[in-house]
Write a protein that binds this ligand. Sequence first.
Ligand code: ADP
Length: 267
Amino acid sequence: MNIVKVGGSAGIDYDAVCADIAALWKAGQKLVLVHGGSGETNRIAEALGHPPRFVTSPSGYTSRFTDRETLEIFEMVYCGKINKGIVERLQKLGVNAVGLSGLDGRIFEGRHKDSVRSVENGKTRVLRGDHTGTVEKVNVELVDLLLNAGYLPVLTPPAASYEGVAINVDGDRAAAALAVAMKADALLLLSNVPGLLRNFPDESSLIASIPAADVERYLEFAQDRMKKKVLGAAEAVAGGVKRVIFGDARAGQPVSAALGGAGTVVS
Ligand code: ADP
């Protein structure tokens, strides 16, 4: 069983990802697909007159400040346009895919963080009204039910808070938590880069392999959102997932290539 997370950055080829997944699925490979949608969400939020606001925490992590309106736009894009677009592609390829968010059946559950610390011009401010959180618990029953009945689950943030409120969570770390909970053999984190680059954006500086015990040391090479992938990889291997691969989803057969060892392999 493998967990495949495909990001939402510009350049990702969803047709290539879905064609590859359909071929693997038909060959009997069990998998769950998790996806993002940040690029499209930013575009649509701009078009709706509610541009995205990113905040950087004192420890250097960047996240989307998610007020209620942003959350609703986020859901429109992630659960609507992107999720149904992927399900439709898979259905056209003869795979019986079912798209759900982490809110559905509380697949992804965690604590709601209402306020976030943001560093702006060297000063730390506290912003309230945030609808974000971190996945702390994965309820796998519904996912297992679907898999055992022959459906391919296609999952996306948001998650459910313990109070049942929708919260924006990081997709890479949600996929890592799912991989641990499902006892997955491998977690694939596919994006629009060849893998973790030693000198981003120099694509020839790909780090081909990282020993599982050292993964947190590699945080120093990751900037902004790539940090969450490295963190997710660390959480997955600490939780017993044998391989995490940062792979390229821009062309070719992204899933097969990553499973074959292309990209950055953490093991
Ligand atoms: P996605 O939404 O596709 O999951 P993210 O935008 O969250 O992807 O993270 C991937 C991005 O991280 C890349 O597009 C790249 O711009 C950035 N990045 C920062 N540092 C690195 C690095 N060292 N190696 C590769 N990518 C990096």
